[in-house]
Design a protein around this ligand. Structure first.
Ligand SMILES: [Zn+2]
Length: 289
């Protein structure tokens, strides 16, 4: 079997499994169930918060061969859309295809009916990277989209998307996922992967992820590669150059006691461990708050 990254393996394949974006998921699910489908959506929010995963869920929901409240995940369309190989669900990374020619070519094809599915779904990721010319070409299509087409535009930087595009879309703002929810997800994955762990290690990883579930799983993957089947806080500390709580407390105590000798030796100790000083400084400030 070929290797598949953790974040791909554990990418949400149902609305229920999307983490931390309940407000969006509920609204979309209700709208789709009532047949109120918009022809243009704009998904904004930080990286790794589920924008393209939810876009795929929308594509599956509107095209599933066993339509119910949620995509069945078993029909040919659900499977090929999830795998990214359905001919009517077109994913474009605007960061690498940002030229006016590519967008024109794409828009040229918009008018043709879907090959197999009910809707043609265009998922344009990092849409803010499109050139001005490409934006204009897209705008024309968004003004009068054919009834069989759904555009889902995703961006981490909505302020760079021209307002005329934004005003044509139904906008959804994805939020950073809170540490507790990320922690919970990491623990679920570790249990499925049958890897024992220390809670502190999971807590550290969820903090490093900065609200992104995808980043959390990538960090977890790196830590597992190092720790093998027993994940400890010390592994995360070593990989990411984080000082241990004990080291941090020693430093703070030395500062409060005005004990220069101990302070210098603690700093020496930390430097030898290749600790990320910038992170250490912000951690210390966090503790002192
Ligand atoms: Zn299906």
């Amino acid at each position: 079997m070929s290797y598949k990254a953790l974040y791909r393996t554990y990418r949400p394949n149902s609305f229920e499994s999307v983490i931390g974006q309940q407000h969006i998921v509920k609204t979309l699910q209700n709208a789709i169930a009532q047949g109120k489908i918009s022809h243009a959506y704009l998904f904004c929010g930080p990286r790794g918060t589920g924008k393209t995963s939810v876009a795929k869920l929308v594509a599956k929901s509107v095209n599933c061969l066993n339509p119910k409240e949620a995509p069945c995940n078993h029909c040919e369309f659900c499977e090929t859309i999830q795998a990214g190989i359905h001919p009517d669900v077109i994913e474009i990374d605007a960061a690498s295809n940002n030229g006016v020619d590519e967008i024109r070519e794409l828009i040229e094809k918009v008018k043709y009916a879907p090959l197999q599915a009910k809707y043609k779904v265009y998922i344009i990721d990092e849409v803010h990277m499109l050139s001005q010319g490409a934006f204009n070409a897209l705008l024309k299509t968004l003004e009068e989209p054919p009834s069989h087409v759904i555009f889902i535009l995703a961006t981490t930087e909505p302020h760079k998307v021209i307002p005329t595009i934004i005003s044509r879309c139904q906008r959804y703002d994805f939020v950073r996922v809170n540490v507790r929810e990320i922690q919970h997800r990491i623990e679920e994955v570790l249990k499925i992967e049958q890897i024992s762990y220390e809670e502190e290690a999971v807590r550290l990883i969820s903090q490093l992820a900065d609200g992104g579930v995808r980043d959390a799983l990538s960090i977890l993957e790196q830590c597992i590669a190092y720790a093998q089947d027993d994940l400890r806080a010390v592994h995360v500390n070593e990989i990411y150059g984080i000082a241990t709580t004990q080291d941090k407390l020693k430093l703070i105590n030395a500062i409060f006691d005005s004990n220069v000798v101990t302070l210098m030796s603690e700093i020496e100790n930390i430097l030898q461990k290749n600790i990320d000083i910038k992170r250490l400084t912000s951690d210390l400030m966090e503790i002192l708050k």
